[in-house]
Design a binder for this molecule. Structure first.
Ligand code: GRF
Length: 202
């Protein structure tokens, strides 16, 4: 499976996916990393690892026009699965239609709680005892779409946004590659918005 990874920043989820591939825990290949920001830290990770990368600046661009450029780039690299990894932009319906059920996102909360920006801060301020992260298929709405995997993380009384985010991030790095491998193994079938995951045959 050829992955196209979309980033805007640090790129630690992208790096975790690259590590899982290197350790043969994930049977996939990163065909291209695309950043909508020229200064994304994740670009250095791609450079150091010799992974093809492309900056397509989004600033000032209409959503549809921007998405068209990204779709073209993904098609050029024959991408099968698009992985949003800290990509800070909502995708258009035509993007989602171009890769039906073939776009994944990771979000740092147990959706549908705390969608949108600053999910870890939202969880802290709400006062939940448990939060976590979610890997889901992307539809045209924000942090919506069928859920593939979630991991729960405790919120401690001593937590601030930084400590809680760090605890969640460890789980993000684990479940993103696992969710991709589920798709590689064709174990996911959709029933409405429910994703059923087939057991591995003995
Ligand atoms: C992660 O917390 C991810 O869940 C959210 O944005 C952050 C990206 O971090 N969507 P990184 O760029 O992968 O390090």
């Amino acid at each position: 499976m050829r992955l196209g990874i979309l980033i805007s920043g640090r790129g630690s989820n992208f790096e975790a996916i690259a590590n899982a591939i290197a350790r043969r825990k994930l049977d996939a290949e990163i065909a291209i990393v695309i950043s909508n920001r020229a200064n994304a830290g994740g670009l250095d990770i791609a450079r150091m690892r010799g992974i093809p990368l492309r900056v397509i600046e989004s600033r000032g661009m209409e959503r549809e026009a921007y998405d068209k450029l990204v779709i073209e780039e993904l098609r050029t690299h024959e991408v099968d699965l698009v992985c949003l990894a800290g990509f800070m932009r909502l995708l258009s319906a035509s993007f989602v239609e171009a890769f039906p059920n073939r776009v994944l996102n990771i979000h740092p909360s147990l959706l549908p709680s705390f969608p949108g920006l600053d999910a870890q801060r939202q969880a802290l301020e709400y006062g939940v005892r448990i939060t976590g992260c979610t890997v889901h298929l992307v539809d045209e709405f924000l942090d919506s779409g069928p859920i593939l995997l979630q991991s729960a993380v405790p919120v401690l009384d001593t937590d601030d946004v930084e400590t809680l985010s760090a605890r969640i991030l460890v789980q993000e790095h684990a479940i993103y590659s696992q969710a991709i491998q589920l798709l590689v193994d064709r174990r996911v079938t959709l029933q409405g918005r429910r994703a059923n995951i087939a057991e591995i045959e003995a």
